[in-house]
Design a protein around this ligand. Structure first.
Ligand code: F0G
Length: 462
């Protein structure tokens, strides 16, 4: 039985019209797009679950904030407001705005990584992995074993394998590990949270070997909500207090604010100790790549909206509604016997496409195949988080086999309603009923050398 939907803690003031194309039109559109969902136009997607990044609906307070944005090149009021919000929520000494998450990575990673160095994470997101590699280093994932079994319900499946981490550090040599990155929530493993205990243990290992710990904190508020809900001793704690404890274990954070910042564009770098020698090169890189350090590639009005959004994201009612949406979808999938990374994570539902299409090999991309089917079925756009996204080994050029073959339904914040989610789950049920008839997936006909899934062209495998 589907669980009760948690009602929206807001009402709707502005609407954006949607239109569903006919099945024939959708089939033509996806073919024209070379079976790459990134080539579809937004207006051709009825329900767009491609990402929860920058697709959020802002509140009236955020829209109001846009009007008082200070566009001064240097020393804008809006910068100080954002820096104060960041210092207050995360308890960090220095806050640097940048235009999005990968900009934070581009500014920070070359300072700490280079040829012969390694970065180890519970799991790197694709752009984060790319920036490690662009800096000349190698990225290694070290997630706990249970994350790899989507059907197995376990708490904090996003955790770092701390035993594996220490072993890796010793094998590679601590002097060769430039950075440890904790991704919260763990996006690639299905938006799965990381526990406070795991953060503390990871931090202890980093301190022991004198390695800096970075929190890739795009979904920090959702992670804090899971800690409050599921970790012993945290039920009564305010979300803000949990956030502060989470960040106390790291030295710095890189953040795509397009997720839990509840804005359409923005990013942050945070450094705990404002007196660290890291500050100068961060500012220097920011000035070179992003803009002067009091705006970092953002408009003054964007910084206003972000300063407000950061506080809205740590509101209990908002978080209960937000995670409630995921649980609603998940409960309907349970009823239909559709397997997903469970328990459901914070920002989306990750369908186990390999389970849906057991005979499709990884090199015919089950996750991408299901994403294409969902578009054809009901105009739903979503994406592969599997071998198609993972790409090729940077040293050998061979297709890598992902630990998962997921199709990700990422849920934009405060955008879609219960009825939209019913359309999504009905479409999945319809595909499941004819899944046995889908015998082949897709092959790549052209791909760029890095981050290929954004631009590659595909064709049905024959
Ligand atoms: N880190 C994580 C964990 C992310 O999920 C993302 C983006 C980034 C860094 C990069 O941030 O897009 O602002 O440059 N994830 C988006 C997604 C794109 O769809 O999951 P960005």
């Amino acid at each position: 039985m589907a669980i009760k939907y948690v009602p929206e803690p807001f009402r709707i003031k502005v609407v954006e019209p949607l239109r569903m194309l006919t099945r024939e039109e959708r089939e033509a559109k996806i073919k024209e797009a070379n079976f790459n969902v990134f080539n579809l136009r937004g207006e051709d997607c009825y329900i767009d679950l491609l990402t929860d990044s920058g697709t959020n609906a802002m509140s009236q307070n955020q829209w109001g904030g846009l009007m008082i944005g200070d566009e001064s090149y240097a020393g804008a009021n809006s910068y100080f407001k954002l820096a104060e919000a960041g210092k207050d929520i995360f308890n960090y000494g220095y806050i640097q705005p940048v235009h999005q998450g990968r900009a934070a990575e581009k500014v920070v990673f070359p300072i700490l990584l280079g040829k012969g160095k390694y970065a180890i994470s519970n799991m790197f997101f694709d752009t984060t992995r790319a920036h490690v590699e662009l800096a000349g280093a190698r990225a290694i994932d070290c997630v706990v074993e249970e994350a790899k079994d989507p059907g197995k319900r376990a708490k904090f499946k996003g955790n770092m394998d701390v035993v594996g981490l220490e072993k890796l550090i010793n094998e590679l040599g601590p002097e060769n590990v430039g950075l440890v990155v904790l991704t919260v929530t763990n996006n690639s493993a299905g938006g799965q949270p990381v526990s406070i205990k795991n953060m503390r243990e990871t931090s202890d290992i980093c301190k022991k070997y004198n390695i800096l710990l970075d929190i890739d904190s795009a979904r920090f508020a959702e992670n804090a909500y899971f800690i409050k809900r599921d970790e012993e001793g945290y039920a009564g704690k305010p979300i803000k207090e949990i956030v502060r404890e989470m960040f106390s274990y790291a030295d710095l954070f890189t953040m795509s604010a397009k997720k839990d910042g509840i804005v359409n564009m923005g990013g942050l770098i945070g450094v705990k100790d404002a007196d660290t020698p890291l500050l100068l090169p961060i500012r220097a890189n920011c000035i070179s790549y992003e803009g002067f350090f009091t705006y970092g590639g953002l408009n003054g009005r964007d910084m206003e909206a972000l300063a407000i959004g950061l506080y809205e994201s740590i509101n209990d009612d908002y978080l209960a509604y937000r995670i409630g949406q995921m649980e609603y979808i998940a409960s309907k999938l349970d009823d239909a016997g559709i397997v997903y990374q469970s328990p459901v994570g914070g920002h989306g539902v990750f369908i186990d496409a390999q389970h849906m299409f057991p005979d499709l090999p990884y090199y015919e991309f089950p996750g991408q195949t299901l994403a294409i089917e969902l578009y054809k079925e009901a105009g739903i756009r979503c994406c592969d988080i599997g071998s198609y996204m993972l790409g090729n080994d940077p040293d050998t050029g061979e297709q890598l086999k992902s630990q998962f073959e997921f199709t990700r339904l990422a849920i934009p914040r405060r955008v879609y309603t219960q009825a939209h989610f019913d359309v999504v789950t009905d479409a999945l049920v319809a595909i499941k009923e004819r899944a046995h008839s889908i015998k082949r997936g897709y092959r790549i006909t052209w791909e760029p050398p890095i981050l290929r899934h954004f631009q590659a062209r595909l064709a049905p495998a024959e």
